[in-house]
Ligand binder design. Sequence first.
Ligand code: FAD
Length: 310
Amino acid sequence: MKLSEEMKNKTLLSFELFPPKTEKGLQNLPGTIDHLMKYNPSYISCTYGAGGGNVGANREVCQMIKNAGTTPVTHFTVIKNTKEGIKEQLDQYLADGVDHMLALRGDIPLGETTTCGDFDYATDLVKFVRDTYGDKFEIAVAGSPEGHISCRSLESDIAVLKQKQDNGADYIMTQLCWDMEQFKYWLDAIRKAGITMPVDVGVMPILDQAATINMALSRNGCVMDRELSRMISRHWLFPNPFAAKDAEGKPFDVFYDKKVAEFKEEGIEYTVKQIDAYRALGVNGIHLYALNKWKDVSEIIDRSGLCTLV
Ligand code: FAD
């Protein structure tokens, strides 16, 4: 059954992994996946380096996911990809037995103004995949509850999401959003705009100050709610989270270990509360960015209402 069909009947739990950069990381990944499989995820997705830089590792990770016994969903972007190149890669995925994808534009490369490929937007990719492959792929698309960082307006971004649906997309995976009022507003607005696709909510566990700030501000321009901002301030690493250690890796801050541990503990609690709030809104899926860290993710699932999905 398609994931988008399953989501209509129950809230699905899924994870997101990234292809490790080192050989050792790649060797450790099957163990991580085995731990995550304990939670019986409906699928595990794997990120795709814009420009296809890590496509080999991405295919390897998709195979690991398949071998572990769940559905692999590959992310895929149009950055620096020609039509022929896209077809060649998608043929390979199908030959590997990977027939679920998250169709993305990808981030415009630094210093460029275009995707440097044949397609400008994710809508073009969705149409191309449907025209070329019919129903062979199940297609997820990105949705941004606060509006994509470079969109003209929230309304225009929602119109783009509707176009993705009209071009044949099956369900939405959301960008992280900590602002629950905004999320509720967006959910209501997309339904009013005729978007009926299930909504699978992307949740980034709050575990590390620098990663949280980086993900929110440098990439996505997401609002941090007061509780999260206060949490970061309370455990602020001296002189700042990005330069808290010297060249030898020794922390400047005498309270470093204590602050890191306390921040992570509060971050896990914050993430658990966020998941509960999303579920209370009746979303169709919780997609946890597992960050290749099974221990912290297990802690979040064990403490949250997600246990009831297991
Ligand atoms: P689009 O939907 O194409 O939108 C991009 C921008 O263009 C938006 O502002 C939109 O409003 C505007 N737009 C779209 N169509 C039109 C049009 N026809 N005319 C005018 N404006 C238009 N990136 C990676 O590189 N690898 C990954 O693995 C990856 N995984 C992700 C997973 C999730 C769940 C999410 C939410 C994002 C992920 N990203 C990933 C990031 C994503 O590639 C970026 O957010 C990217 O900048 C936009 O991709 P998109 O598919 O949302 O683009």
